[in-house]
Design a protein around this ligand. Sequence first.
Ligand SMILES: *[C@@H]1O[C@H](CO)[C@@H](O)[C@H](O)[C@H]1NC(C)=O
Ligand SMILES: *[C@@H]1O[C@H](CO)[C@@H](O)[C@H](O)[C@H]1NC(C)=O
Ligand SMILES: *[C@@H]1O[C@H](CO)[C@@H](O)[C@H](O)[C@H]1NC(C)=O
Length: 795
Amino acid sequence: MMAIRKKLMKLILGLLLGILCSQFFTISQIAIQDMCISKRLSPLDLINEENLRAQNKNLLFVGIMTASKYLDTRAKAVYETWGKEVPGKIMFFSSEFSYSEHVPLIALPGVDDSYPPQKKSFTMLKHMYDNYIDKYEWFLRGDDDVYMRTDRLEHLLRSVDSSKPWFIGQTGRGNIDEFGLLSLESDENFCMGGPGIIFSRESLKRMAPYVEECLQNLYTTHEDVELGRCVKRFAGISCTWSYEASSCDCKMQTIFYHNQSGVDAFTGDLKQKEVHRAITMHPVKRPEYMYKLHGYIKGLKIQTNHQDGIYLHRDIAVSMEQLGYSKDRLHKVILVKNLPLYPSKRGNDEYLGDTNILGTPTSLNRYTPQNLQDVLVWELISKTLYSHKDANPKKRMGSSLKEGLGDVTREMMDIINSYSKQRGRIIDFKEILYGYWRLDPIHGVDLILDLLLVYKKYRGHKMTVQVRRHAYVQQTFSDIVIREVNQNKIVDTFFDENTQQNLPVHKKLVHHLISKIGRNFPPLFNLINQEEPVINFILPISGRYESFRRFLNMYEEICLNMKERTKLIVILYKKNNLINDFVSSKYLIEQVQKKFSYSVVNVVYRNDDFSRGKALQYGVQELKNDDLMLFIDVDMIFDRNTLQRIRFNTVKNKTVYFPIVFSLYDPTFWNITYINKAYSYFDSNLINQRNGFWRQFGFGIVSIYKNDYVTLGGFNLKISGWGYEDVNFFDDVVNSNLKIVRSTDPGLIHVFHSEVCDQVSDVAQKNMCLGTKGSTLGSLQTLQDFYMKYKRYFR
Ligand SMILES: *[C@@H]1O[C@H](CO)[C@@H](O)[C@H](O)[C@H]1NC(C)=O
Ligand SMILES: *[C@@H]1O[C@H](CO)[C@@H](O)[C@H](O)[C@H]1NC(C)=O
Ligand SMILES: *[C@@H]1O[C@H](CO)[C@@H](O)[C@H](O)[C@H]1NC(C)=O
């Protein structure tokens, strides 16, 4: 199952502002009535939009100005991303004699690639006018470093009357120093070139015949300024971004988005409100980031589609209920003869999902617990997170929760502000004062947030005031998505009836999952036959024969018999007071070596004072720089899956794996008949609250490549006696460039072994020893039972 990282559930960002109008703790008395809105299209809107699309693909002509040196890079990237989705036509315009196999190109006669591209720009517009003026409604002049969200652009353009003269873009008047030099009248402006400039057919018609004249009367070297001047002179209009006449409710100041970061713009995190709101984005200087941005925008689109899908499921559920059908039987409903409501069954490509689940309306009661255990528990969000799941309830807020809250608030503010223009007010998000969240495993995430907002009224009686509001938000799960991220080696093959081919076994697993889950997806398998690295167990041992015997038996069973790629290095201490243990252990090792081969166990004999750090160091010395090492303890029992996790989680020069092991309590404390040998082999049934606990503060079991260990400087060898070197080492890794993989490992169990703390002289070590001892006595439940039983002996 490790082969399939189960990012099974994909949160859709579809969030719904639920009941928001009730009176909660409001600081001000302003009622924000319009927060109770939803941002959905009615089914009729959807149909109309589809019809329009089908009717008219002659909406827009896009002309991209580029230069011959960018044809195979920037221009190609534009053409292969958003250029493919233009509701009309896209053409690239470059200097005379340029040539490209990748993009539809017009090499403009008499034009070179010099900068500023005034001649190129004007000549391009003339070309559009001469060849296409009657074929398209709108004309866009763009650079080769702009990204356009074509679906939104289409929506915007369809809402504006193209028979009127329009000159649309991000308005510029130059900065204050420049203004005097631009030779603009005080009422003149221009559309800035970068984020794109749009002409309606009418404005191009008026201006294009005069481009020669404009080119002969240039006042500056700014191409966009001169374009603006020419448009003003011959079409009689300025750059517009306030569409009072249009029905579009977009925020005009943000839809032509120019980022100031230059080459670095759009190379970092794209999860920003500017990116989410924009229709055009500029500048995307490096082509690889054009593809990345396109992928990101597609992802947003997928989320929107998921959300629309959820709305449709809800509409169907409500309608069918009104018609008298029960929700859990919808998959069987036949509307009229031969017309089932859902033609495709679970497991087919066309399967539309389970309306019984996806159609559940938003409500804090959409999940009904059947008994006390099933009641969903809320966690409190404030500066930190308070969680019932942890013995230590106050936790740092994880990055996934933080990101999720960021997504939610961003979307929520967009919804709240989507009618800002009509209402003459804008509401800004300040912070989440506190909130609660819980996970409903079937439907999604529920959030209750107490928000601090700033309400700014800019029309009528102007005011700015802070308000506090409660928001009820639900993020709904959509369909299950499986993503395979691991490149596993092919172990075996099976014969697939459908394709008549031999397929590797883990494909069979995926097929099995598909049949269970009912979703087909394209094959994503990238199988690389990689040799698994050898895991070198390093095991120090002094005395402890019985435990060692258990360990070696288990090692033989799991590693040697199974032909796992592992090696064992034992650092065996010879102590006069424990000479029997030494002799028996040595004998045991020799038996194993005889049975398999001498190379399977490597022994280092020592007779100096025992210290774990030093002992491990002797083991490390036996290895080569490239070797993968596992520092293990004789009290550990493990299963085979752990070996795989060690290999995955330890990456050379990258990660160090510190598994959190399950530590068994002291059974003799409460069970007199307990015999130590009972836990000879790994048994996952041992893992429960009564038997033990996850040793969050133990760092002794580590896997790391030798080279990384050496680079870190290894253990602090000055520490002798009872542990501590591991905590020190963990700190070193935290402070290094290496990443720590820290997770509970369900295949690693630490068998109880009583600690003797009396001889520990160092105070810090002694306290740690006693702490460990105390925490391994028994579970809270056990201790409580014990106390109740023997209460009379306690005072
Ligand atoms: C836009 O520029 C700002 C400041 O230069 C930067 O912090 C931000 O990350 C940029 N946004 C994008 C999407 O690149
Ligand atoms: C290890 O990784 C660092 C960056 O994380 C890199 O600078 C260094 O060159 C790498 N060393 C080796 C030997 O690969
Ligand atoms: C005590 O230990 C013995 C032997 O391991 C086991 O059979 C028995 O079930 C245990 N008793 C309890 C109450 O767990």
